[in-house]
Design a protein around this ligand. Structure first.
Ligand SMILES: Cc1cc2nc3c(=O)[nH]c(=O)nc-3n(C[C@H](O)[C@H](O)[C@H](O)COP(=O)(O)OP(=O)(O)OC[C@H]3O[C@@H](n4cnc5c(N)ncnc54)[C@H](O)[C@@H]3O)c2cc1C
Length: 337
């Protein structure tokens, strides 16, 4: 558990940005984490998981703590459900695969999302009609100031669309150390209603899907639509889908009758940010090594040597253009550092 200085982060962020950490340490146990936090009290800290939801626009002038805690265990079960706890440093997709193999259902639609288990509650990760909040029972987190572990229940996490208390009131105060999910052992509620899942299953001749089938369908769809960060640096969806009020939506819909939309309730409508960006002509565009993915306008990509600042400038240009054309502000989902 040695602290290293001027540590390269290029391989630790999925955008592949060549930035460095002033100091860096990887912790493999809760005890090591507590010791590092205690010894470095008062220092500027940065907590790093899988690096798949961040854009590094500069070197990190802080002690970067790489949370590398491992372990998965069933902590409680009956005939219907199992509570399974994974340590924060477990790779999320591998954990999903582990649960599918054990026939535990509920997170299969979240297959192939990069990053670590410990980060999943932070932005309430979601895809294909499922969010972490649907199955997360609780998470444990260490308070940075006191090194005390606190258990947060699902409701205490204040989950919302790509939001939680860890991005809000408690931002920067806790390190999540483990997350516990309540998953089905029987009567799985397989959700194939979203996106192309049903079509993918039909294509494969599957009529009554298992959780494994659903997970594989999601994986195949994601592989066909999203760039693999190992081949093309990216951080997934760069922007959140904006939620606008119905009056604004109705006015826009008259001008843009093909605008896709999801009515959330009688007051709000969600509009796909990718469609807005595409309408502004950015899809497939490239500025040096910073670009907008050719198949998914929501994804900004690093073709090789883009700097974080170049990608940030491009994101601002997109935000400005969307705002000028539609009067809608699209907010970054990615953490800009
Ligand atoms: C190709 C691709 C596709 C993606 N698809 C999706 C998707 O469908 N849905 C979705 O929701 N997201 C998606 N993402 C975004 C990303 O995978 C998730 O947000 C993921 O949960 C980030 O995990 P991470 O460990 O990589 O976080 P990091 O990038 O390491 O960290 C993100 C933030 O959390 C903080 N943090 C990290 N670990 C901890 C911890 N243990 N305790 C406290 N704070 C911590 C960091 O300081 C940082 O602010 C995608 C990303 C990529 C590259």
């Amino acid at each position: 558990m040695e602290i290293q200085t001027n540590y390269p982060l290029k391989n630790l962020n999925t955008f592949g940005i060549a930035a460095a950490a002033k100091e860096f340490v990887s912790v493999t146990s809760v005890e090591e984490l507590a010791a590092v936090l205690k010894k470095n009290a008062g220092k500027k800290l940065f907590i790093l998981g899988g690096g798949s939801n961040m854009l590094l626009t500069q070197d990190i002038d802080a002690l970067v703590i790489h949370v590398n805690l491992k372990g998965i265990e069933v902590v409680r079960q009956d005939g219907h459900t199992a509570h399974i706890r994974a340590m924060a440093g477990e790779n999320w997709h591998e954990f999903v695969q582990h649960c599918i193999t054990k026939n535990l259902g509920g997170i299969e639609n979240l297959s192939l999302i990069p990053g670590n288990v410990g980060t999943t509650p932070i932005q309430n990760i979601g895809a294909y009609g499922t969010e972490i909040k649907d199955t997360m029972v609780s998470c444990e987190a260490m308070e940075i100031a006191t090194q005390q572990i606190k258990t947060f229940t699902n409701s205490e996490c204040e989950f919302a669309y790509r939001e939680s208390i860890f991005k809000g009131a408690l931002k920067g105060l806790y390190v999540i150390t483990s997350v516990t999910f309540g998953l089905t052992k029987v009567n799985h509620k397989i959700n194939t209603s979203y996106g192309d899942i049903a079509a993918e299953l039909t294509k494969n001749g599957i009529v009554i899907p298992t959780i494994k089938d659903a997970g594989e369908a999601v994986t195949a769809i994601r592989r066909s639509k999203l760039p693999d960060p190992k081949e093309l640096g990216n951080s997934g969806s760069f922007f959140k889908n904006p939620i606008i009020n119905i009056e604004q939506f109705e006015k826009l819909y008259v001008q843009h009758p093909t605008m896709p939309h999801y009515k959330l309730d009688d007051t709000y409508v969600k509009v796909p940010a990718g469609w807005l960006i595409e309408q502004c002509g950015f899809k497939g565009s490239r500025y040096g090594d910073a670009g907008v993915h050719a198949r998914q306008a929501l994804v900004l990509v690093n073709y090789g040597n883009a700097t974080g600042q170049e990608l940030l400038d491009l994101s601002k240009k997109i935000q400005y253009t969307v705002s000028e054309k539609f009067g809608i502000h699209i907010e970054a989902e990615v953490n800009v550092i």
